[in-house]
Design a protein around this ligand. Sequence first.
Ligand code: GDP
Ligand code: MG
Ligand code: K
Length: 299
Amino acid sequence: MDNPNFKSGFVALIGRPNVGKSTLLNYVVGQKVAIMSNVAQTTRNKIQGIYTTDEAQIVFIDTPGVHKPQTKLGDFMERSTLSALDEVDAVLYVVAADEKRGPGDNFIMERLKQVQKPIYLVVNKIDKVHPNKLPAIVKQFEDGTVKLADVVPVSALNGNNVNALINKLVDQLPNGPQYYPSDQISDHPERFVIAEMIREKVFMLTRQEVPHSVAVDVMSVKRQDDETVHINANIIVERPGQKGIIIGKKGQMLKQIGTMARKDIEHLLGDRVYLQLWVKVVPGWRDKSAMLKDYGYRS
Ligand code: GDP
Ligand code: MG
Ligand code: K
């Protein structure tokens, strides 16, 4: 990538549940999606999707804690969330055209007040309302507390005006490198991310006791009619001792890994998740390079 005019940056996507953030992201990143779980330099944030063209790369991130009041997280989290919003190049605040401003929005607006970066009010679901209703909807958010760089009405469902939104974003991004490869990470980016989230919890909870020779094989991801997602995954280790550590006394460790991973996956997918984990010993799996691809590794 030796284009000196290449533009890149991080854009935070916020908004209350069901306003269409995931739908918008899916539309934007489409087939070029390279969803990734936490990457080193963005431990506080989740990368949700990456939009890459020959001219620009936009890394969309989620900022946990901005979406709904989480009083238990306390001051520290509040502050880190705020600074996370100041580290991005722009913020997309997504609202739904067919819904009134609510308590969740008040919470978000309160946080956005202190953000110095350009904030775009994205009024989604315009396919659901008559155009002459839009000014009144927008007015609810133009209360003088939050400075809006622009207001962009879109329909994430049919893609209406989404290109205009992307063009506005790219226009104001700084020149910068392509942070992430433009190719897809796997045929099943969702599975890759799910595997990474489980792996991350294994390392986090077992600390140094289990070496990095742990793989996660997501065997099935099934979305049910009731909008719940059922996931089966194997945690693959090389030695029986490692299996024991991961399962823990009376299965407590595995249970904790499962609970924490499930919460992250639910956050990623936006749906209720049922996660079944098993631990499997496959001696020397690291040497079996043919298996690496199956276990979600890139080499
Ligand atoms: P999120 O919780 O903000 O990520 O919202 P989702 O992307 O999961 O969308 C919530 C619901 O709104 C889903 O049923 C979507 O199909 C629907 N939705 C999202 N965008 C639009 C839109 O532009 N128009 C319409 N009519 N429905 C939409
Ligand atoms: Mg969502
Ligand atoms: K949802």
